[in-house]
Design a protein around this ligand. Sequence first.
Ligand code: GDP
Ligand code: MG
Length: 436
Amino acid sequence: LSDKLDKALHVLKGHGKINEVNVAETMKEVRRALLDADVNFKIAKDFTKRVREKAIGQNVLTTLQPGQLMVKIVKDELTELMGGEAEGINLGGSPSVILMSGLQGSGKTTFSGKLANFLKNKKGKKPLLVACDVYRPAAIDQLHVVGDQIQVPVYSDRGNNDPVAIAKAGIAQAKAEGNNVVIIDTAGRLAVDEQMMDEIANIHKAIKPEETLFVVDSMTGQDAVNTAKAFNDILNFDGVILTKLDGDTRGGAAISIKSVVNKPIKFIGTGEKMEAIDVFHPARMADRILGMGDVVSLVERAQEQFDEEEARKLQRKIAKNKFGFDDFLNQIQQIKKMGNLKDLMGMIPGAGKALKGLDIDDDAFKHVEAIIHSMTPDERSTPSMLNASRKKRIAKGSGRSVQEVNQLLKQFDQMSKMMKMMQGGGGRKMMQMMGG
Ligand code: GDP
Ligand code: MG
């Protein structure tokens, strides 16, 4: 979707002056892009109609930068379509019971862990995970693995195949142990069927959760919308969790689901790691769909994960142009901590396209680290002193080619520049630099 919208809007972005003809053409492209992303036909049609009306209402054609204004209108409308401002999660009860629903493989178990981790670390909660997927023993194991990973207790009862009883017992244990949030992971099936719906409806009725969340794989397109509708008809759920929004961005599910079930999207999952969870921000999603990349999220995530003292030191160094390879090594460690590299790169405007077909994994860093380790301290702090013979020595020492050393130097240079931008004017400058 991003690519296509990008192309559609490119016309407008590129034009200093636009006229009725290319507005109409662009709107046609936008509509086609939405349709291709599995956005329901009527939604796409209404959407472009509203944008066109707004454009006319605001006299876009007579403004100084009509292209930019058009992009803003499209972005605002997309934001609106996905639900205006972000909504939180209801944690009023004692304990607050959160019920997960959704198809098998949608990411319920993974998200249960992510949410528990999020509530524990960000909201100071004491969660308990409850394993109500009684059909596959492996499902219970999976939740235990997740619980161990994030150090959150898990309630399970392997001898019991009644999910309602397990859920109730889990809640009772939470009360006894002082856990103030209970997250109930349930079984899903590969497609909507009566038995699954009965089961989740029974659990829902029996425990009356504070919050019922519907988890959906964002890569399933129009099917995601149909599934959402089926679950909402039965559960009248409170919010949607869009998982697997890493990799190729699909905005289609977000747009359509919100329009069809009229429930807020609350969180997104952006990777397999426990940290790959983000509060859903419609405006950021709109940016992402429009190919500007989710710069704000990227910067926020970076800020969160970077040790603050480290960051201050770095800031001073950057300001004094003293950012060296030791700092670069440090950054690599930080980036590794931040989670899957691809997730992060996907947030950088334009990087999504560049990454296609490119296989980046964390191992790629190993070569880089080897090269840096072969540098002397002086060379690390003053990379400009790296002449041909020094480069040759480093290449030999690290077992890499001179070409790779050169490549690293170039990357280092780009990264220093990027760091400077990020520290300077926040995301905006970076966005400009990256051509957003
Ligand atoms: P469940 O059957 O609904 O409980 O789904 P799981 O939590 O077991 O997830 C199914 C698969 O999707 C697992 O391999 C997860 O690692 C993976 N997964 C879940 N959420 C995400 C996500 O946000 N991004 C990616 N890339 N994979 C995910
Ligand atoms: Mg599961």
